[in-house]
Structure formats: structure tokens, C-alpha cells
Write a protein that binds this ligand. Structure first.
Ligand SMILES: [Zn+2]
Length: 216
């Protein structure tokens, strides 16, 4: 089963993807991470992407697809796509690639949150300067210091309210067409992202039909 994860920044896509990987042995593909890895390894493709980004442009769909295909071509597990596709063109390229392997995107999971909730989550996020662990000032047990290494916490520059609002706008513009794309194929599954991590996970399991037969 291949899944596309859609949701506002701050909706917990990464956390939910990790939980799916842990319980159901998916491969979690974050295109942002893949691109950073490719650049760090200095492959020809990585160099091309790096030069493109340095010149102030975005990596092209072809570059991103090439990186993605390299990462999943021998993958036997189901894949969770996180941060990809970003455009209809990318969604179509992904469908075409998977179809050649006799596979498909089986579902696009949209983690839904109100804008007010998203803004609250983003602006209350704090990151450890030392180890990068992420905290939320509204979380139980928040102490203002890193619970793992004791490091000081800071607000990432793109987590202030103005940047957060801008990211929301970008998200709407980018994601709405994708939601419609997957709705046309009846693949879009909306889940309520406002509950706890575990309750959102249960909703995702139900939406994907994963929890069947496990009910006690
Ligand atoms: Zn830390």
C-alpha cells in the first residue's frame, strides 16, 4: 500500500508517518530529506540540484522524480510519501511511475486542522539548540529546557506568526489542487487532526482499513 500524506505544516505528518512505519513496516519517504542526502553525498544528481537551488530556483519535477525513483526502485514495502507530490504534475508523474511497476497511490490521507489550531501549534513550537528535539509550549510537562540533553530551546525563524501565516497561504495554494486530484480518484481520506497523537493515528488506521481484525 502506497500512501500520500497531506496536511498543514504542524499537523503532525512526520509523527504519524513514524507511527505507521513502526507498526506496519512502511518506508517513510520525505523528499526534503532525500534531496538533502543527495546533495550531501555529492552525486551528479545532487550537484545538479544544489546548483539549481543555489541559483535561486526550485529543483525541477524531473530532478525530484529522479531522486525519488532512485530511493524507492528496489523498495518492496509500501511507501509513505511526505512532502511529495507538491503539484499536479508531480502527482501525475508519481502515478505513471507506480503504474509501470503495477502499483498505485492507494490513498491520500489529509490530516485536517483548523487554521487557528495550525497557527497555535506552529508558533508554540520550540527547538533544542543542541540536539534539534522539538517541543511544544502547550504540551504537558513542558519545562522550557530540552528533556533529552538539557539544551536551551529557541523559536525557529520560520515559526513566528508572520511566517506561519505565509506558510498557510502557500499550503492552501499548493495543496488544494492535490486534494481535488485525489478526490477525483476517490482516494482522498480526511482525518481529524485536532486530537491526541494516538487518536489521530487511530483515525488514520481506520481510514486506511489497517485496523480491521485487530479490534479486541
Ligand atoms: Zn536537546
Amino acid at each position: 500500500m502506497n500512501i500520500v500524506l497531506l496536511g498543514f505544516p504542524g499537523a503532525g505528518k512526520g509523527t504519524q508517518a513514524e507511527k505507521l512505519v513502526e507498526k506496519y513496516d512502511f518506508r517513510h519517504i520525505s523528499t526534503g530529506d532525500l534531496i538533502r542526502q543527495e546533495i550531501a553525498q555529492g552525486t551528479p544528481l545532487g550537484k545538479e540540484v544544489e546548483a539549481t537551488i543555489e541559483s535561486g530556483n526550485l529543483a525541477s519535477d524531473d530532478m525530484i522524480i529522479s531522486i525519488l525513483v532512485k530511493a524507492i526502485k528496489d523498495e518492496k514495502r509500501g511507501v509513505i510519501f511526505d512532502g511529495f507530490p507538491r503539484t499536479i504534475a508531480q502527482a501525475e508523474m508519481l502515478d505513471a511511475y507506480l503504474a509501470r511497476r503495477g502499483a498505485q497511490v492507494d490513498a491520500a490521507v489529509l490530516i485536517k486542522l483548523s487554521e487557528a489550531e495550525v497557527l497555535k501549534r506552529i508558533t508554540s513550537r520550540r527547538v533544542c539548540q543542541e540536539c534539534g528535539a522539538v517541543y511544544n509550549t502547550n504540551a504537558e510537562g513542558y519545562s522550557g529546557k530540552c528533556g533529552k540533553c538539557g539544551g536551551a530551546l529557541y523559536i525557529r525563524p520560520d515559526d513566528d506568526e508572520r511566517s506561519a501565516r505565509h506558510r498557510l497561504e502557500v499550503f492552501h495554494k499548493e495543496t488544494q489542487p492535490l486534494i481535488e486530484y485525489y478526490e477525483r480518484g476517490s482516494k482522498c481520506k480526511g482525518v481529524d487532526g485536532s486530537g491526541s497523537i494516538d487518536s489521530v493515528f487511530k483515525e488514520i488506521e481506520t481510514a486506511l482499513g489497517l485496523s480491521k481484525g485487530e479490534e479486541k
